[in-house]
Structures are given as structure tokens and as C-alpha cells.
Design a protein around this ligand. Structure first.
Ligand SMILES: *Cc1c(COP(=O)(O)O)cnc(C)c1O
Length: 383
């Protein structure tokens, strides 16, 4: 059996509605700032629960423009975590500010207990990442931010519809960036991103920043950038946003099946804690595993596209070396890089495929051995 990581061919198998929207747009040719963009922005803001949403060229730009709107630049420091995709850090560097890292917690997110000691007089913002689709500990992060009077930007690129006690990721900070990249839970046909905010001031700034600082056609208010979300991507976004509830709940359902089965292998596998009241949306189904490299090989040999996000600690990457971090600076995160593995969890997985993955993981560790009082857990049924 082949268990694929990517599901895009299935997702877009039946795209007649998108083609209809595209053909319709071809009769009007409003390729930038077409009405479908405004429609998508309104729907997105409603989905997350913010006053505004602003379509931009990518998730990276959503973070970059959020920080530019806060006036962040050279000489400033922005606190974040190395436990993320490089784009988080790249967005900080692009502003001219210096990223300052804080080690991760057991959920692969920034450890709030370590944030305060990273704050200096140069700190201008906290950039919290909801990594893997699991919300960072926002109540504690917001408490620190309030005490030090620091704005918080959320990297919600992997966490559409994630929430804490019913409050959506993207609504805690002053603004948040989401990615619409093909690999993300709500994706378009190429690159795209979106900023959400409930601040009129930040909204007004980002509206200028994404379009050359232009106010109308003839007046240039500030120097800005070219970072728009194309109308044709908004058409795809409008189609998929209707499916996002289903996508999210299916991923959560799949993750629950894995959780139930894998927690019985707790001698070998450490699942991140699943906090009560926290809605994790499983962009990545990631956990720590003994003999990770061997498990990865074994799964791949058996046709399962497992992955590692990511094996090389970000602060030890060539590009990041200039920040001056060394091996040993972030022990929790570094240990995670050696042990984490990601299983396919997407919404198009079939129960047989999930069962097959579980069987193979169990087979790798147990190799015929039995767990005490173990029951087999399968997708959809217990036998
Ligand atoms: C994907 C991603 C980004 C960047 O989004 P792009 O749309 O690819 O620019 C930023 N942060 C995280 C955590 C991501 O996963």
C-alpha cells in the first residue's frame, strides 16, 4: 500500500466551480483587486473572528507586513522560536530586525516560561508560532506581552481554525499571518497569504504596504511593496473556504485515531500533551519517537510517506549562523529535532491507510512482541 503525504490531486479532482469562476473573471479581467478578493477577505475575517483580513502574496509576507506595520526595523529585536519553518525567521530578518530565539515546550511551541529572560530594551515584538497546527500557549504569552507592553504577532500559517477555549488562533495578537500555500490546510493554486487584524490602524497600514503605498491611483503615501493576493487565487480560496470545516474536522478525526493507537506504544513514542480546551488542527501530525531514523526508513520502505520537520536545528543552519547561536543553546528543541517524525494526516486519507500506518508503526517497535493488556485500535472500530 502507498500512503501519500500529498493529497492535492484528490482535492482538486472536481474543480468545475473554480473553472467557472475563472472563466467568469476572464470576461472582466480584474486580475488584481477583483471583487472576489474582497469577498474572500470578508469570508476569511468572519471565519477567524477578526474585523479585517488583507490578502497578500504569501504567508511570509503576511508576517513581514505585520511587522512593518508595527514599525519594526533595524536595531530592533523580535522574540520567536527556532521550532518553526524558516519563513518565520526570514520575515523578521527581512524587516532588518534581529530574531531572538526561545527554546520550545513539549508541544513544539515557544516555551512561555523562557520568554521573559529573552526580553531586552531592544525587544519590539513577540512573534508566536502555532506550530504543526497546535496553538502556542497564548494566555501566558499575552500576559507577558501586556506586562512588558509588547505587541504580539501570530504566525498562524499552519493553524487555520485552531483555537484555545473557543478563541481562534489569529485573534490573540495585534495581527496574524496565514499562508495559502498548496501545502497548507486551506490552500490555493500557488502562493498566497492573508493577514488578519481587528486594529483599524494596522489594517490601514497594511492596505498601503501591500500595494506600493498607493492611496488610490495617484497619491503615494509611503514606500510599500508589491504583495497582493491575485484575484484568481481568491477565486480558489472562495471555493475552498467552504470546505475548511470539513478539512479541519477530518484531520482532527484522523489524529484522534492515531493518538488512541499510538498512546499504547508509550514506551517508544511520546505524543505531545493534548491540553484540554485546545483545538489542534493537525497541519502536521508530529510526535517524538525512539530510533526515529530507523522508523522513518522502515515506514518509507513500506510505502508510507512519513517525514521529518525538520532534522537540522534551524539555529544551526548556514543561513542562521550569523545570529551567533550554538549547539546546546536550545536543548529541548535540539532533542526534538533528533526524535520527531510526521505521519500523513490529511483529509483524504482512507481508514485502510490510517490502519496500515498504525500497523507498520506497531510492527516496527513490537516486531511480534505483545503489549500488556493491549487492544488493537483501528480507524472507525475497536476490535
Ligand atoms: C508555510 C509557513 C510560513 C510561510 O508561508 P508561505 O506562504 O510559504 O510564505 C510561515 N510560517 C510557517 C510556520 C509556515 O508553516
Amino acid at each position: 500500500m502507498q500512503v501519500r503525504y500529498s493529497y492535492l490531486k484528490e482535492q482538486f479532482k472536481d474543480s468545475e466551480e473554480i473553472f467557472k469562476g475563472l472563466r467568469d473573471q476572464l470576461t472582466r479581467c480584474e486580475f488584481t483587486f477583483g471583487p472576489e478578493l474582497t469577498e474572500f477577505e470578508n469570508k476569511f475575517a468572519r471565519l477567524i473572528g477578526t474585523k479585517y483580513a488583507i490578502g497578500v502574496a504569501s504567508g511570509t509576507d503576511a508576517l513581514f507586513l505585520s511587522m512593518k506595520a508595527l514599525g519594526i526595523g533595524p536595531g530592533d529585536e523580535v522574540i520567536t522560536t527556532p521550532s518553526t519553518f524558516i519563513a518565520t525567521v526570514g520575515a523578521i530578518v527581512a524587516t532588518g530586525a534581529k530574531p531572538v530565539f526561545v527554546d520550545s515546550d513539549e508541544e513544539f511551541n515557544i516555551d512561555p516560561g523562557l520568554i521573559e529572560r529573552a526580553i531586552t530594551p531592544r525587544t519590539k515584538a513577540l512573534l508566536a508560532v502555532h506550530y504543526t497546527g497546535g496553538p502556542a500557549d497564548m494566555p501566558r504569552i499575552m500576559d507577558i506581552a501586556r506586562r512588558y507592553n509588547l505587541p504580539v504577532v501570530e504566525d498562524a500559517c499552519q493553524s487555520i481554525q485552531a483555537a484555545i477555549d473557543g478563541k481562534s488562533c489569529g485573534t490573540f495578537g495585534v495581527s496574524a499571518g496565514f499562508s495559502l500555500h498548496p501545502l497548507k490546510n486551506l490552500n490555493v493554486w500557488g502562493d498566497g497569504g492573508i493577514v488578519v487584524t481587528s486594529s483599524k490602524e494596522i489594517y490601514d497600514k497594511i492596505i498601503l504596504l501591500r500595494n506600493h503605498g498607493l492611496r488610490g491611483r495617484d497619491e503615494i503615501e509611503i514606500f510599500g511593496y508589491n504583495s497582493r493576493l491575485d484575484t484568481i487565487q481568491a477565486i480558489v480560496g472562495n471555493y475552498l473556504i467552504k470546505q475548511v470545516d470539513w478539512i479541519t474536522s477530518k484531520r482532527i478525526e484522523n489524529a484522534k485515531i492515531y493518538d488512541d493507537a499510538l498512546k499504547r506504544l508509550n514506551e517508544y513514542i511520546k505524543l505531545p500533551p493534548r491540553r484540554k480546551g485546545v483545538k489542534h488542527v493537525y497541519h502536521l501530525y508530529m510526535f517524538q519517537a525512539k530510533e526515529r531514523d530507523k522508523l522513518l526508513d522502515y515506514l518509507i520502505k513500506n510505502g508510507i510517506e512519513a517525514k521529518v520537520h525538520y532534522p537540522i536545528p534551524l539555529h544551526l543552519q548556514n543561513a542562521v549562523k550569523g545570529l551567533g547561536y550554538k549547539k546546546g543553546n536550545f536543548p529541548v528543541y535540539e532533542a526534538q529535532c533528533k526524535s520527531i517524525i510526521t505521519l500523513p494526516v490529511h483529509q483524504h486519507l482512507k481508514n485502510e491507510e490510517i490502519n496500515y500506518v498504525i500497523e507498520k508503526v506497531r510492527g516496527f517497535y513490537l516486531n511480534g512482541k505483545k503489549l500488556s493488556r493491549q487492544r488493537k485500535i483501528y480507524a472507525g472500530k475497536i476490535s
